[in-house]
Design a protein around this ligand. Structure first.
Ligand SMILES: Cc1cc2nc3c(=O)[nH]c(=O)nc-3n(C[C@H](O)[C@H](O)[C@H](O)COP(=O)(O)OP(=O)(O)OC[C@H]3O[C@@H](n4cnc5c(N)ncnc54)[C@H](O)[C@@H]3O)c2cc1C
Length: 359
């Protein structure tokens, strides 16, 4: 079977990798647009602390559980993924909020690891820049990943398996042909994984794909001489958060900006919001160096759930991952590969994400 995959963010890269592992002939086309969500994404992989409802949680939890298997497989093939289980701190100065967070995470039995309360001093031992009034719920099973590194690993591993990679703007034509230069590409199936741009690509065939960009601005700081590799993810009770990577790199994000289209700029307001929120939670970052601010477009749907499945004969969607595609994308790509190849996939996991729900 020959499959054309449009887009190579986390959704497309994972789908291509899993298709190739199962023996499909795969061509990936990516336009290298500025604002790929995967390249800007923070990298929190923590389904048990996320606000998924009961219908969506099986997919999110399975996605979290799949990470160790996938990254071990990539490591064996010589591709570093950057995935690490570092734990998470849900932080607050309000006792009732911590109690609610503890109860909610504990109810996600099996995915959270060990869940325990930390007083402010204990919380600062594991994340030193934290504000002195913040206590925490520590969740040992949460993890982080560098989206750029994992994406590269999946693409390299896919290319090792024979996947052809084309850098070009792809458009869809009747007869399920993909135009990305000459000649047009023909396949038995097309997987549309063009992130926030998916609606625009599908519109050429008159297929509605209700995905819009939600801009995120996210800043990276340096703490020279500080070993941050083991620091946990920090989750305040807002949409902002902090996490760390090896080598003194701390990441603070992110804005959630609707209605700005594909305007790929760091704005004064966005930068101010990120800095203000980061320093409110972690005043110890005041002297950190500001390395860069990344901008990415989360592909969001009207009900905030992904679009995973077939929308027209031979045309499959792997998009709409919103703010959680680094968590969901690797596993979703495996499921979409299975669907394309006509295999049985867990219906309870994909059900809430069926593209037909908006028809
Ligand atoms: C600031 C920020 C922080 C985030 N933090 C997290 C987090 O901590 N945890 C988490 O799980 N998720 C997080 N996310 C969400 C996650 O990054 C996204 O859901 C995920 O990366 C989406 O992947 P994607 O492959 O669908 O889209 P993208 O990564 O945007 O990839 C789409 C690709 O399609 C290509 N493309 C577009 N149009 C065409 C075309 N016509 N032809 C060919 N190629 C095309 C683009 O060039 C791009 O490479 C965050 C996102 C942002 C922006």
């Amino acid at each position: 079977m020959r499959v054309i995959v449009i887009g190579s963010g986390m959704g497309g890269a994972s789908t291509a990798y899993h298709l190739a592992r199962r023996g499909a002939e795969v061509v990936v086309v990516d336009a290298d647009r500025p604002g790929s969500a995967t390249d800007a994404g923070a990298g929190i992989v923590s389904p048990s602390t996320s606000a998924w409802d009961d219908a969506m949680y099986p997919l999110a939890a399975a996605a979290g559980r799949y990470y160790p298997e996938l990254t071990a497989e990539l490591a064996e093939a010589g591709h570093e993924s950057s995935y690490e289980v570092v734990g998470a701190l849900v932080v607050s100065a309000v006792e009732a909020e911590l109690t609610e967070a503890y109860d909610r995470v504990v109810a996600r039995t099996g995915d959270a690891g060990v869940v325990q309360r930390l007083d402010p001093a204990q919380a600062r031992e594991v994340f030193p820049p934290l504000a002195p009034d913040l206590a925490a719920v520590h969740v040992s099973g949460s993890a982080r990943v560098d989206g750029q590194v994992l994406r590269r690993a999946l693409i390299s591993a896919a290319i090792d398996q024979g996947v052809e990679f084309v850098t070009a703007e792809a458009s869809l034509e009747p007869g399920l042909r993909v135009r990305a230069g000459e000649p047009a590409l023909d396949g038995d199936a097309v997987v549309l994984a063009a992130g926030a741009w998916s609606a625009e690509v599908a519109s050429a065939l008159g297929v509605p794909v209700p995905v819009e960009p939600l801009r995120g601005q996210i800043s990276h700081f340096s703490l020279p001489g500080t070993e941050t590799a083991g620091w946990p993810v920090v989750l305040p009770r807002t949409s902002h958060y902090l996490l760390a990577f090896p080598g003194g790199r701390v990441v603070a994000g992110a804005t959630r900006e609707a209605g700005v289209g594909f305007d790929h700029r760091v704005t004064a307001r966005g930068q101010a919001e990120v800095l203000e929120q980061a320093l409110a939670v972690a005043p110890g970052l005041a002297d950190a160096g500001l390395i860069e601010t990344r901008v990415g477009f989360r592909p969001v749907t009207p009900d905030s759930l992904p679009l995973l499945g077939q929308v027209a004969p031979g045309l499959f969607l792997a998009t709409g991952f919103g703010p959680a595609g680094l968590t969901l994308g690797p596993y979703a790509g495996k499921l979409i590969a299975g669907l394309v190849l006509g295999e049985d996939v867990p219906g309870d996991e994909l059900g809430p994400c069926a593209p037909g729900r908006f028809a």
